[in-house]
Design a protein around this ligand. Structure first.
Ligand code: FAD
Length: 468
């Protein structure tokens, strides 16, 4: 291995080949700090050609490569296993905005650009880059593409796949594929771009991308709506789609316990209603006319919903600080739940029409399984995506509760499957759900995935042990 490391140093410089335990530790530890793997070294190249040279060396020495961006992934995909046979290849030094073509509404960025940096570059060019996640100050565009990240504006702009027009990729042979096309139409054979998006680094390394930009809306209007049931939320979703049309940007479902936990652990965040309700929806529209148009439209739609009894109450934000406070209620749910103790998480999607029925039947089954368990359910209902997390009953220790984890995953995922949903809506598979997908995907689908993997990465050096 000394020979391998020596050659890596010759390619990128000694200071970018990290071998000390303390230097490697942050790259080997996943975001929630529940798992640490072990790598041979962490490699930090600064250009596409350096990535290509490193991949050739890894192939020659048969060493696995774990690509890593911001390391905010939630499925143990961007960290190595415990064998110590792989390198972590950090893309963070490939962090240049290459070009903005405002007339074509595109931006070409390197994979290690932080998402926030891309949003800010677009803003400076009088355009909007709409991908938005709570991890946007740390996650990278290469990680977003490789996990096909979703976030809070999927309803209006689609997930990362829909935002990408072209890619530059280093394949498992160490060759560079320049697919950096800014085209909205290109039917010239198999769509290789879409193969690498969502592949979690298991087929090649994304080094740069052409992403779509949009005109900046004139106004954003946010409202928090109180409702009595998930089926009322579904009715409101459909009404909002009809009335707001493509302006509807966010539609987040929040159950009462989420608000209670946020209030308990973040008491400075104001509660907009004096009464408590069983469910809430955080709704946002992007308006291309004016702030007053956005406010009037929102008011008239919510009045209609109130008069028909669809909703119980609503607060329409009338300042940026109120908008931020409403979003803080949503964005701090995960932190509040973590502060409360351990919980069992699910990142699921369903046809939105099935959500009320799924929530009812699954809650009944869970109650039969663990009496008093608390459903901390929230998420991007507009895309059918729920974070369906379960906290222990009050008074039950974390340890006792977590001993039920496998059975609870099975119960929830079987339900999701029965409703034709997905057991991973936006976080991916990584090594966390690798066994689980075998239960829900057909043999035909798994075999086709293996065929693609072995055609593009015959030596299995690209993020080994992830997805498949
Ligand atoms: P990493 O974690 O470094 O890597 C993710 C995967 O991509 C790994 O398999 C890795 O090997 C691979 N990879 C990374 N870079 C490359 C590359 N250049 N080429 C090939 N493969 C690569 N996700 C959502 O979808 N929606 C959310 O709303 C959301 N909210 C979050 C909120 C918080 C607080 C946190 C911590 C995470 C959240 N996530 C969310 C998950 C995570 O932020 C996303 O999956 C994000 O896209 C990962 O980007 P990253 O740069 O951190 O990737």
């Amino acid at each position: 291995m000394d020979d391998f490391l020596q050659q890596c140093r010759a390619v990128i410089g000694s200071q970018y080949v990290l071998i000390d335990n303390a230097d490697r530790e942050p790259y080997e530890t996943e975001w929630r700090q529940r798992y640490r793997g072990q790598s041979l070294a962490v490699l930090r190249p600064a250009s596409t050609s350096e990535v290509a040279d490193l991949v050739k060396l890894c192939r020659q020495f048969k060493i696995g490569i774990v690509p890593q961006g911001g390391n905010t992934g939630l499925v143990i995909g961007g960290v190595p296993d415990s064998s110590g046979n792989s390198v972590v290849l950090s893309l963070c030094r490939l962090n240049k905005i290459r070009t903005i073509d405002a007339a074509n509404n595109t931006i070409t960025v390197e994979a290690g650009c932080i998402l926030k940096q891309v949003q800010e570059a677009a803003d400076a060019g009088q355009r909007l880059f709409p991908l938005s996640l709570a991890s946007e100050g740390t996650c990278t565009i290469g990680g977003n593409l490789s996990s096909n990240a979703g976030g809070t504006a999927v309803l209006r702009y689609g997930n990362t796949r829909e935002l990408c027009l072209g890619l530059e990729v280093v394949n498992a042979n160490g060759e560079i594929w320049d697919g950096l096309r800014g085209l909205r139409k290109d039917n010239t054979g198999y769509d290789l771009r879409d193969l690498f998006i969502g592949a979690e680094g298991s087929l090649g390394i994304i080094t740069a991308a052409v992403m779509k930009l949009y005109p900046k809306p004139k106004a954003i209007q946010t409202a928090l709506v109180a409702l009595y049931s998930p089926s009322a939320a579904l009715d409101l979703l459909n009404l909002s789609r009809e009335e707001f049309g493509p302006a509807l940007t966010g539609f987040e479902l929040i159950s009462a316990i989420c608000v209670e936990l946020v209030h308990k652990h973040f008491p400075d965040i104001p509660l907009p209603f004096s009464d408590a309700y069983p469910h809430y929806v955080l709704l946002e529209i992007s308006d291309h006319e004016s702030a007053s148009h956005a406010a009037q439209l929102t008011e008239s739609v919510l009045e209609q919903a109130l008069e028909s009894g669809m909703i119980a109450d609503a607060v329409i934000a009338d300042s940026m600080s109120q908008t931020n406070n409403l979003w803080k209620l949503r964005e701090n749910i995960s932190m509040a739940q973590a502060a409360e103790g351990k919980n069992i998480k699910h990142d699921i999607s369903l046809p939105s029409s099935c959500i009320p029925d799924f929530m009812k039947t699954t809650a009944q089954l869970l109650e039969g399984h663990v009496n008093g368990c608390r459903l901390v359910c929230f998420g991007h209902m507009g895309d059918g995506n729920l974070h369906y997390n379960i906290s222990p009953p009050v008074g039950v220790s974390d340890q006792d509760f977590i001993s039920n984890q496998e059975a609870i995953h099975r119960l929830v995922h079987d339900q999701v499957h029965a409703y034709h949903g997905s057991i991973s809506a936006e976080h991916g598979i990584g090594s966390l759900k690798r066994e689980e997908i075998l239960r829900y995907k057909s043999n035909v689908e798994i075999q086709m995935m293996h065929a693609i993997k072995s055609a593009l990465d015959p030596d299995n050096i690209m993020n080994p042990g992830k997805i498949l």
